[in-house]
Ligand binder design. Sequence first.
Ligand code: AMP
Length: 594
Amino acid sequence: MKFSIIADFYEKIEETSKRLEMTDLLVQLFRETPTELIDKVVYLTTGRLYPLFIPIELGLAEKLAVRSVAMASGHKVSEVEEKLKKVGDLGLVTEQILKTKKQRSLQQKPLEVLDVYETLDKIAKASGAGSVEAKLKLLSRLLLDGTPKEAKYIIRMVIGALRLGIAEYTILDALAITYTGDKENRAILERAFNISSDLGLVAKTVATKGLEAVKNFKISVGSPIRMMLAQRLSSPEEILEKMGGRCAVEYKLDGERVQAHKNNGEVNLFSRRLENITEQYPDIAELIKNNIKPDRAIVEGEIVAIDPQTGELLPFQTLMRRRRKYGIKEAVEEFPASLNLFDVLLVDKTDYTTKPYTERRKKLEEIVKKNERIKSVEAKIVENAQDMESFFEKAIEEGCEGLMAKSTQPDSIYEAGSRGFKWIKYKREYKTEMIDTIDTVIVGAFMGRGKRAGTYGALLVAVYDQEKDMFTTISKVGTGFSDTDLQEMPERLKKYKIDHKHPRVDSKLKPDVWFTPGQVIEIIGSEYTLSQVHTTALGAIKKDSGIAVRFPRFTGKWRDDKSPEEATTVKEIIEMYQAQIKTQPKTQKENSDS
Ligand code: AMP
């Protein structure tokens, strides 16, 4: 398969302004892909070489990529840098520069997908002495052999900025259509994906062995399971009603979720985005190794930063200082952390995901050797609102965010990758007049003026519409950013910059800069209001109006641990808007309706 086929499709995908067209284009691409290459084409399309949980990444430093473009084109490094400053996207710069290069030799063979994949793989894996030069050489060779258009995509892949913004679920749709002729079968592919987190493997299996083989997927130690997520409601009464009058409640801690896989002496830790984060948390890996009794197990919990003197819980931002590539040993000492377990998915050969909550929780208690650094989270069964409320107060007093209510019904299995009502979060902010913080995706930016010249003045942020797989705008945020945030913003968002509205974004506003949905940030505001400008829940409450956040402010939390699809959903916004209306005095309600 020629790499030009892929490059042509990427260009079409980039040009489309319709979300549904993305699926059709993917189907066409997959139809042109030989089955033995489908896993590789799927990984490349997600901007990777392997599934997320395998820590082999492209992401070459841009400086090196610039050198390699210079090498391949015969330009000076400073010339490439100059152009990059003006254009901002090294992919485009590469394409432009190579277009003006002299004719390529006629004997040159066109680039093959396999050759590109294997060379990128070598680049990603090269390490140690001499590896920089080796990477440069490998990359320059690809750039020389490829057409300018191919080079544009190769460069973007190499620096980790492909920015196609295709959801995993769109790829699953396209795979179902391509290989089974029926989009309905996506549910079967989705289940396999939820328990293996490996799109390439799902693709290869359905393409070569058919749907039956996909049905036989089982969870296994080493492959992360897509995490179960929670809905949110704003009162104990509503929660109890949804749960059938009785449920478990657990402390909801404000840290980083982790899924730990133990296989004899080997431990792997995965984040909620399914990245392998073992290296960042050697202390937590040790705890799992020594304090989880069975040889093989998968458990889940929350890593929380603690004050070693008092044992008190510290906020999420403190823990995020552990997210670094260098100086890990120092960080372990400077920001000590504890592990608070709340679920078990596998023990030895037994799959626990299909067992009800109470059984899982009981097993969890059995398998943990507890100490002050590793424990199971406080939990309790409640049957009335009062008990839930007092447990909530206690949780807040002890520094938690609120509670996680969990169903105890016979069907309360661990639903991999799903956000249902079997888990419901109940957070502190609902209690005050302030609205809860929400996680939003940056989809655009407005240029700053005056003091903010040269950076962004405000960001256009969106929430996730799960049904339509779209991002709808909810606010323009310009406050709450520190000077460092502002300074670093253009660099941080650079890899998401595109030159037109992304097809998965629904916006009436036209910002100066558009982004592929990628970066999640937490914001808070004073309340929700109806809006003519924003597209969230358009028409759901009132004809032609959407819902917006009033007086929005960045909370300081860059939610690098969340993928855009894990942002707050439109459904949650509607529920919070309705909860707010219920508690507002009438005059205010009328105001917000106007
Ligand atoms: P949110 O990020 O607000 O959607 O809330 C869900 C997150 O709460 C999970 O992904 C966990 O990281 C975290 N969490 C804290 N405590 C618990 C708990 N007891 N059970 C489940 N999740 C918890």
